[in-house]
Design a protein around this ligand. Sequence first.
Ligand code: NAG
Ligand code: NAG
Ligand code: NAG
Ligand code: NAG
Ligand code: NAG
Ligand code: NAG
Length: 468
Amino acid sequence: MLFIPLFSVFAGLSVADSDCYPIVANSTGDTLTIIKTTTTPNGFSSAAKGWNSWGMQASPDTTPSYPSSLYPYVNQTFVIEQCTVLADADILAAGWTLCSIDDGWYSDITDDYGRMVYNTTLFDMPTLADYLHDLSLDLGLYNRPGIPCEAANKTIYGTDVTVGSTFSGVEDDNGYCYFDYDNANTQVYHNTLIDLWAYWGVDMIKLDYITPGSSTGDAGYPSNSSASAIAYHQAIANSGRSIRLDLSSNVCRDEPNLGIWEANVESIRLPVDINSYGASVFVGMWRIQQIIEQYRQNINYQVDAGKRMSLHPDLDDLFVANPASVSGVTDGQRMTLMSFWLGASSNFLLGSDMTNIDDLGMQLLTSSAGSHAAEFCNGHPLQPRNPDTGSNQALQLQAWLSGPSGSGKAYVLLTNLGENLGHGGYTTVTTGNGTVSVTLDDLGLMGSSYTVEWVWYGNKPTLASGGT
Ligand SMILES: *[C@@H]1O[C@H](CO)[C@@H](O)[C@H](O)[C@H]1NC(C)=O
Ligand SMILES: *[C@@H]1O[C@H](CO)[C@@H](O)[C@H](O)[C@H]1NC(C)=O
Ligand SMILES: *[C@@H]1O[C@H](CO)[C@@H](O)[C@H](O)[C@H]1NC(C)=O
Ligand SMILES: *[C@@H]1O[C@H](CO)[C@@H](O)[C@H](O)[C@H]1NC(C)=O
Ligand SMILES: *[C@@H]1O[C@H](CO)[C@@H](O)[C@H](O)[C@H]1NC(C)=O
Ligand SMILES: *[C@@H]1O[C@H](CO)[C@@H](O)[C@H](O)[C@H]1NC(C)=O
């Protein structure tokens, strides 16, 4: 099994290869450029929303119901226990439909045709897919660009071509082989793989360790596996099934890479893994500050490019459903996380223990004002519009804007991100409470009067032009 050593590899990593994450010039609060999203390459109009298993695989002590005998794997019983909670009437109504299984579900021996198949000790995927679909949920699976080299002498399904004849010659330290994407049979192989997964009932694929960008460590991975995203996209189209494709982890966001992602996938992860590996909590605020800073850089680049955005950011798993003592961030911070994830039009995948949702968690997951905000921001991702200047730099006391839409509706997020814990990108101005004041001019909003509704609190003051 190749994912076990990564626990230690990942724990200490920070962002690598910073040259490939473009930073645009600071804006000085000019006329607002409204940014909007559009349909993704595999035909989706919004980011994925649901749950992912990696939070507990990375930090098993957070989740009492996770059998220690099973760690670091998850199995069908455990996934069903977690994902059945998504089918709660209120949670389902708010759209949390994806049940996404992360690393460790597959066998390290491929089938007779060299295809990645589930480890039968852990899963029976078609049965799981049927179970989820009957609850109106979707199934997500994890994979990587390479496959076990033991597949080499097997023949691609429906052909007499050996799988090994499509290999590039790169073999990593875990005995995984990589493909030569100039070989036409490589696409044939991928088509047969996705056909099998489509037959099981897979609805989403997370493709990890994509380079350039992903912090893969020093295990002999190829430096450019971006063509695998193209091969998966074409195989999905060929299968005729509607399947999402999400890339991980911190893939490069410069050209030509960005153009490849934009043409083939729904979303790209912005940060490295945010998990507090091995801890009794899921995440720490320093990671959240780092993600917000990466999101800011990415959205500034998108605003600068002025295109319709088809590629959703993935801020990594969202840890808002459990009490602060388990989530690792305070209740106030949980609201900040929720606000950013929904505002960013990010993949919205809970990493939380679904069997331990508290009242605030339930409110954040199911509030109708929150769902409306998520729906709106999905079409109009947040961009920074700073107090006093309207500029787009990193600040501790920051304002962000989503929209406005054609009808003049907009969402504004005011945040005190707290003391910079190392990667926030801003200078700390206060370690306690701070007041964030912003004018309609700062935000670039032209209307003369706005009715304001607080997303998490509900009352309705009125704002006039020039007011704060
Ligand atoms: C933008 O402004 C910040 C803070 O004022 C500064 O540190 C940074 O270097 C500027 N970045 C660019 C790209 O000009
Ligand atoms: C999953 O693992 C737990 C703990 O080992 C076990 O009790 C359960 O039977 C397993 N489920 C399946 C489907 O194997
Ligand atoms: C299947 O999962 C078990 C863990 O329950 C692991 O020990 C075994 O090596 C896996 N089998 C294969 C073929 O990957
Ligand atoms: C494939 O077959 C060749 C020739 O028989 C053999 O040398 C090689 O070890 C085999 N490779 C695998 C991965 O089984
Ligand atoms: C990486 O692979 C892609 C897809 O084949 C290709 O378009 C791109 O030019 C490659 N990048 C580099 C730096 O070679
Ligand atoms: C911040 O304000 C809240 C609400 O008014 C108050 O309960 C809290 O004690 C204040 N915290 C600090 C550090 O001043």
